[in-house]
Design a protein around this ligand. Structure first.
Ligand SMILES: *[C@@H]1O[C@H](CO)[C@@H](O)[C@H](O)[C@H]1NC(C)=O
Ligand SMILES: *[C@@H]1O[C@H](CO)[C@@H](O)[C@H](O)[C@H]1NC(C)=O
Ligand SMILES: *[C@@H]1O[C@H](CO)[C@@H](O)[C@H](O)[C@H]1NC(C)=O
Ligand SMILES: *[C@@H]1O[C@H](CO)[C@@H](O)[C@H](O)[C@H]1NC(C)=O
Length: 619
């Protein structure tokens, strides 16, 4: 229903900071408020699978998050309640789930009504417990999303945040409230300060900017961490880190730090370093599933939350391509199809999921790759529901002048917003992507049933003018099979945004079950068939069996369910285990020990045991 507007657009050269500028540098793209982008089709179904799974039910029985108060009493435990809040605000609203919406409202009310007269909020109020700033960051993200969805909450939340900023600023000047985690996660607070600055400064611009500077200069110097001379190019298990911080989750947080810094330094070098750091991270620690690896320290699970934000500040499409790959591969791979059990660590070649003796993970416990309620740590139990809702919420942005709307993540969505000049637009994306044949090689576009013309994207974006009324355009984006070189001469297989793996047939055993909620259980998976294969990549063939009804199965991310697969000629090889439950590195150029056979590869996200990096043989 566009009145007149560019639609997907081309944006010119990346904004270059001008030193000496004051205030905050503008973002290239602006996000839309929570609730204005909604999932449709299979993506809506996936959100409902999550809502009907652990995410939507843990508040009923999981002790860390079942109360509407600060039960834990220190920053780590309160951050679990806040992380849950940050995830369930968008989950509740996008799933339109009354119980979850009510629960998040109760938590917001509780926190705001317990702010003390100094401005401090948190479990430390009325106690002598030490106060660390980082504990409040997830709460602030959740509260901001609630305001975006419901502007009636603006005064209450914004007033409370400004009071908190005042006390935080004093603490920072006094050297208080800062410990290791505040030092690494300062960028989260800076993003909240920038939200206040952009939308509700209330005359406090100078204090907001000073607080950003204080946080940066008492925090980890990310511009050095991501500098090639300090950056680790191997697993970090036995390396001395000159700067101290290679923690996987903190690195993900740190990816946002430099674009956030750039906005107040106006120093182009901060954006350039963010881009170089991103490349180093994925060059040396990347996995075909889209994530980088970290068993606690760089060597992972947390999706790279910085990706959407990096794109919005810098406009470089490499960030969002990576986020899409993570969402469609690594994220679903680490949960059971019904989203009731999740892992702490995910392996590319995962031949079992069980208590591991010996344990291959240097820094994490032997229970790390069990699928369960809280293998190793509770943090992912409460934070994993952030993935889908935040992916959805960042799927569209507007140009900085708000004249155009841009779809950055491909998938089934519907969005309505009002562009500059009171121009209302609604976009409906009718697709089963990535479970349909779509990716960018020889793509075509046809507008209002006209003849297809080749796409010609600039900086990753295809510009389309949409006149008043309804414009229908049909994108046809064919794909090619690609292979990626991996260590030891092995390869990984991709097509479009999906990574493909051999789904190892498995048996499953319940290890424990929650007393109150039997669906919350810890599962061991064991391989029930051979997985020791080499493949001949010249024989890869793509197979598309579109669902007859046009509707994908629910859930879709489980064995045998996605409509796309590949076949490949394989042969059995000798491939030892390195312990009882994990595969040794793929053997280089192994000899076949038996007859050639054909195996099927399926989307990685649907596999729970798998081989994702194969030795190669030539038939
Ligand atoms: C949410 O559900 C309510 C009924 O419970 C309905 O009135 C409302 O239209 C729904 N909102 C959306 C956005 O689907
Ligand atoms: C602190 O404790 C006092 C005494 O119990 C109480 O009256 C007050 O409301 C508490 N303050 C906050 C902010 O919770
Ligand atoms: C910009 O950042 C670089 C790298 O951190 C630094 O060397 C340089 O001094 C900064 N420039 C200014 C004007 O602050
Ligand atoms: C793209 O076009 C080239 C040149 O016409 C052709 O060789 C190639 O097979 C096409 N690829 C796909 C995926 O259609």
């Amino acid at each position: 229903m566009a009145r007149s507007s560019a639609f997907l657009l081309f944006v010119g050269s990346i904004f270059s900071g001008v030193l000496g500028q004051t205030g905050l540098a503008p973002k290239q793209f602006l996000s839309l408020p929570l609730g204005s982008i909604r999932p449709t089709g299979w993506l809506y179904d996936q959100l409902m699978v999550q809502t009907n799974g652990l995410a939507g039910h843990e508040h009923e029985f999981y002790h860390y998050v079942s109360q509407t108060d600060w039960t834990g009493g220190n920053s780590y435990y309160s951050s679990l309640e806040e992380g849950k809040f940050n995830a369930m605000v968008p989950n509740g609203i996008l799933a339109n789930n009354t119980a979850i919406i009510q629960k998040t409202q109760e938590f917001l009310d509780y926190v705001l009504s317990h702010q003390d007269s100094t401005g401090w909020m948190g479990p430390e109020v009325n106690t002598t417990k030490p106060r660390y700033l980082w504990g409040r960051y997830p709460f602030m993200f959740g509260a901001i999303q609630m305001v975006e969805y419901n502007p009636d909450l603006t005064d209450q939340v914004v007033t409370a945040l400004h009071k908190f900023v005042a006390v935080a600023n004093t603490m920072l000047h006094n050297g208080e409230g800062v410990e290791a985690w505040t030092q690494t996660r300062w960028e989260d607070f800076v993003m909240t300060l920038q939200w206040l600055y952009d939308f509700h400064p209330n005359g406090n611009e100078a204090l907001l900017l000073d607080t950003m500077l204080q946080l940066k200069y008492t925090g980890v110097p990310w511009e050095k961490v991501f500098e090639s001379q300090y950056f680790p190019t191997t697993a970090t298990d036995h390396l001395q880190n000159p700067l101290g911080f290679w923690h996987g989750v903190n690195m993900a947080e740190g990816l946002k730090a430099l674009p956030a810094t750039y906005r107040f330094t106006h120093n182009q070098s901060d954006l350039d370093r963010a881009s170089e750091g991103w490349d180093l991270l994925f060059q040396y620690h990347g996995r075909p599933s889209g994530i980088y690896a970290a068993d606690e320290y760089l060597a992972g699970l947390e999706a790279v939350r910085g990706g959407s934000y990096l794109y919005q500040v810098s406009g470089d499409p490499k960030y969002v391509d990576r986020v899409e790959r993570i969402a469609y591969n690594a994220l679903p791979a680490t949960l059971t199809g019904d989203f009731w059990s999740r892992q702490y660590l995910q392996q590319q070649n995962q031949i079992g999921a069980q208590n591991m003796t010996p344990n291959p993970f240097v820094n994490d416990g032997p229970y790390s790759n069990v699928f369960g309620l809280e293998p190793n740590y509770p943090c992912c139990t409460v934070n994993h529901p952030q993935g889908w809702p935040k992916f959805i919420t960042n799927a569209f942005v507007t140009s900085a002048d708000q004249a155009s709307i841009v779809q950055v993540y491909l998938g089934p969505f519907k969005t309505s917003t009002t562009l500059a000049g009171g121009n209302p637009v609604t976009v409906t994306v009718n697709t089963i992507y990535p479970f349909s044949d779509s990716w960018v090689v020889n793509g075509t576009i046809s507008i209002n049933s006209g003849s297809p013309t080749p796409v010609s994207p600039t900086n990753g974006l295809q510009a389309v003018q949409a006149k008043a009324g309804t414009t229908v355009f049909t994108l046809n984006l064919p794909a090619e099979i690609t292979t990626e070189s991996r260590p030891h001469g092995s390869i990984a297989v991709h097509r479009g945004p999906l990574h493909y793996a051999f789904d190892i047939p498995r048996s499953s055993k319940v290890l424990t079950q929650n007393a109150q909620q039997p669906l919350a259980k810890d599962l061991e998976f064991d391989a029930t068939a051979a997985w020791q294969y080499a493949i001949d990549p010249t024989t890869l063939k793509f197979v598309n069996k579109p669902p007859a009804s046009g509707t994908l199965p629910s859930p879709v991310f489980d064995s045998g369910l996605p409509p796309l697969s590949m076949t490949v000629t394989a042969c059995p090889i000798t491939w030892p285990e390195a312990g009882k439950t994990f595969a040794a590195s793929p053997p280089t150029k192994p000899a076949c020990t038996g007859a050639h056979t054909t195996i099927t590869l399926t989307p990685y996200g649907a596999t729970k045991l798998r081989i994702g990096e194969f030795p190669v043989f030539t038939a």
